[in-house]
Design a binder for this molecule. Structure first.
Ligand code: GLY
Length: 350
């Protein structure tokens, strides 16, 4: 994969000018969704470097992360005269950067793209590391390709447009990065108050969090080994998210990840000897800030079935990425159905 520049921007216009200059192009396109066209594009639209750009706007939210939306982007590129040498800027959350990244990676076998993530979730996770794609057949990110953006520009001013739920959603991925890295990072994250945000401090934490993800992705860009640890909390988290989608309940990705972390911390204790006191502190933080996902034991079989579709699995075994301690990574761990159901009990009651 082409190398990706991740820029923690102090001045968005300069960062964007430099990122665009790195990608000589004939035509420029900007992808937004119906939210970021109003909330984020106004901060960018008067920059000389985007003058004359053709706009593409798709419906917002994860339910629209579909093949139909991808087709809409491909059609707009085609109708706007995009060639192999055109450039796409994705301005939005993870839905826009994942889907726009996929549309760019496949249009005429691939054009360059730049990500400007506007949510905390897309800053610390989705827009970095080259995973692109869309939901299919009721499963999240089922179809996609690995292909890096040329540049990812992080400007934390966008975070000031977010409500509590969207900050909390992104923060769950940061907690995951803390858990998989080291005790200092983990403790620092548990000490930060997402209800009373100090944005300067948050910018430093975001930079550190993205750095952790970059280190992992550099070692294993296509998830053959180490990168699987970025799925910590996601095997159960994705199943909860898919269940919620089936039941037409709105659950933000990071909330499902936070609840998935609780259940997979339980598995980490039982299977890998993760220290119970550190589990207790993390679970307490999550319960206080993310509340609980309401479900009952009648839904366990369906959740188990959804976990069997996880992309990390080989054959019929459900693979988990777990931890023996903060920063002590244990890949390809298996849990019995009984242990998984106990973890779901723990999530409901713990
Ligand atoms: N979101 C997990 C990864 O990028 O690998």
């Amino acid at each position: 994969m082409e190398k990706q520049d991740v820029i923690i921007s102090q001045h968005l216009e300069t960062s964007l000018e430099q990122a665009i200059a790195k990608c000589p192009h004939d035509r420029l396109f900007v992808l937004t969704d119906t939210t970021t066209i109003d909330k984020c594009w106004p901060l960018v639209k008067d920059y000389a470097c985007v003058s004359g750009a053709k706009m593409i706007t798709i419906a917002s939210t994860d339910e629209n992360k579909t093949l139909e939306s991808v087709c809409q982007v491909w059609s707009a590129l085609q109708q706007g005269g995009a060639t192999r040498h055109s450039l796409l800027i994705n301005l939005g959350g993870g839905m826009v950067t994942d889907l726009g990244g996929f549309a760019a990676s496949t249009y005429k076998r691939g054009i360059k793209y730049i990500n400007i993530p506007t949510t905390l979730l897309s800053m610390v996770d989705a827009s970095v590391g080259g995973k692109t794609g869309f939901n299919f057949g009721g499963l999240k990110n089922e179809i996609g390709v690995f292909n890096n953006a040329s540049s990812v520009i992080l400007d934390t001013r966008f975070l000031q447009t977010l409500d509590y739920d969207n900050i909390a959603s992104g923060y769950a991925e940061m907690l995951k990065h803390g858990l998989i890295s080291n005790t200092d990072n983990w403790a620092e994250l548990l000490g930060f108050d997402i209800a009373e945000i100090d944005y300067e401090r948050l910018q430093q934490l975001v930079a550190k969090s993205v750095g952790i993800k970059e280190q992992v992705v550099l070692v294993d860009p296509t998830e053959k080994g180490l990168r699987m640890i970025l799925n910590y909390g996601h095997t159960i988290g994705h199943a909860l998210e898919s269940l919620a989608m089936e039941e037409n309940r709105t659950v933000l990705h990071g909330y499902a990840v936070a609840w998935g972390l609780v259940a997979e911390l339980y598995l980490s204790v039982v299977i890998c000897g993760f220290p119970t006191e550190k589990m207790r502190q993390t679970v307490q933080y999550i319960k206080q800030r993310y509340g609980v996902f309401s479900f009952d034991c009648k839904q366990y079989d369906r959740l188990y079935e959804l976990m069997r579709h996880d992309k990390k699995n080989e054959g019929d075994t459900i693979n988990f990425s777990l931890l023996g301690n903060v920063g002590d990574i244990r890949l390809k761990q298996t849990a019995t159905k009984e242990q998984i159901f106990e973890a779901l009990d723990f999530l409901r009651e713990g």
